[in-house]
Design a binder for this molecule. Sequence first.
Ligand SMILES: [Zn+2]
Length: 266
Amino acid sequence: MELEVLGIGNAFTATHYNTSFLIRGSENILIDGPQGLLRCLRERNVTAEEIAGVIVTHIHGDHTAGLETLLLYKRYCQGCRTPLFTSRKVYEQLSTRFFPGFADTFDTEMRRIVGTEFEEYVDFRELDEEGATQITEGLSVEIRHNWHPTPTLGLKLKTRDRTVGISGDTCFRPRLLRQLREDGTISEQQYDRLAGNWLWDSDLIYHEVDRVPGGPHTHEDDLLALGTDTCSRMRLTHVPDGFEERDIPIASEGERVKLVGPLEIH
Ligand SMILES: [Zn+2]
């Protein structure tokens, strides 16, 4: 079983694919579905039919524009629903804000527009925030809710041999997170997951990054302040175009990490 990086770009990239991943194994599970998804998959020799499910971190377009295409393809070309793994909060966003954009269709006579239900496209598998949820044979996922303008997940993929963390879109800014905890905006537990060791404990961490002060993303300086032990296990994603590598390596599109056996990136 391997984790492949499909894209490393941020929302505005013109030189990369938007950030997403593919878990390759007996079942292939996507993590997010950005624009250009089917082309990106074809370039990695994977067809839409071979996608067994999708983990969705949040509804922003750079993570879901291709999800719409995939759901429509699965329903109308392949004739099946897509297993969709996410939290209840993110599912509600998908169901009420994302889905209405393509909810209507024609009847078979093309005479009248009829409504469809989200559940006709997806098979919702709730990811539990309190513990690990098994996704496929030998793989489970733990989640946290990030600090981002819409409900957004950070993930930890767990196999018998290791844990790979994926930050998801998040503003990791320790000073801000401390203030949020002090004024009661976030709970002690959420603070621990956002600023404590929840993610940093992973054997390998794919983290989003930016170099713009403020904003909804993580400044590289805040990652560097974690120290060399944590940064040495980190690879950057969701990078702006022209982002030059300094102290933390930038992930490559197409790189794969073994999720079982020796830790190896190739
Ligand atoms: Zn994004």
